[in-house]
Design a protein around this ligand. Sequence first.
Ligand code: NDP
Length: 302
Amino acid sequence: MTARIIDGKAHAAALRARVATAVAGFREAAGRAPGLAVVLVGEDPASSVYVRSKNRATAEAGMRGFEHRLPADTGEAELLALVDRLNADPGVDGILVQLPLPPHVDASAVITRIDPDKDVDGFHPVNVGRLASGLPGFVPCTPLGSLMLLRDVRPKLAGLDAVVIGRSGIVGKPMAQLLLAESCTVTIAHSRTRDLAACVRRADVVVAAVGVPGLVRGDWIKPGATVIDVGINRTDREGGGTMLVGDVDFAGAVDVAGAITPVPGGVGPMTIACLMRNAYVSACRRDGVAVDGRVDASGTPG
Ligand code: NDP
């Protein structure tokens, strides 16, 4: 069997286009554009690239972007004061503080300071609790995008055995919650799991969010399983240079799985598309405008 390759780029482009249409409707109804504030502290090159992509996507969606670039030595009090100002600003519907923050700043204090109803990243403990309780809130963008891809290839998830490898608050745990809400039987594996291969072999759905290149071997995959590879790892390319690879040995898994996301071009592009979706939904909630069903075409939670 050769797996269906799940085209995350195409899915993300389609979602971004649906969000742009929905935003145009919101602007007419509300008389303003949704606003997304992005806060970047320091010069981390990867973070700068992400922030640039987010700004571009925000403009393309027809939303207002508010970029706050602060020097690496910005103190926690100053950052908290900025978050307070953004919380109080009626033109700001979503606040995203780019992680990682410099070590002298308590990231959890900053995240917790964001108004949960503007927390479009879904990292605030209130939104974590809402997800766990099945209440509307904001779902973190990477697991949300992963679920959208998964639902597209496996519309009937109820009863399936799913394994999520990784238990971070950003990907693994919320992904497990989403799959549980879909009535999957969920195993969460992590670095202390005794027999990872056995967990994966049982699974109809495998979500790998680890950060170890090629950790999940092709011969672990159950024939026909759906594989969502969240990992993004830069490795050396044979013959020089570097390349991006996932947490799954793609070449080995592609002959066994039913469907698989490539890296790059799988989950990655969905993250920013879901951020746009969350910012738009936030604006709708804040102004009492009905959310355009097309941004939730795949049964989006949160
Ligand atoms: P973290 O480092 O926060 O978490 C990694 C998890 O993997 C931990 O729970 C850890 O277990 C577990 N783990 C580590 N080694 C093993 C192992 N050998 N076997 C089983 N589990 C293991 O990473 P993130 O969740 O932030 O990110 C995971 C990956 O996803 C990274 O490659 C990252 O780049 C990528 N990513 C991609 C995004 C996208 O847009 N596509 C967005 C965010 C992340 P333990 O808890 O026991 O330490």
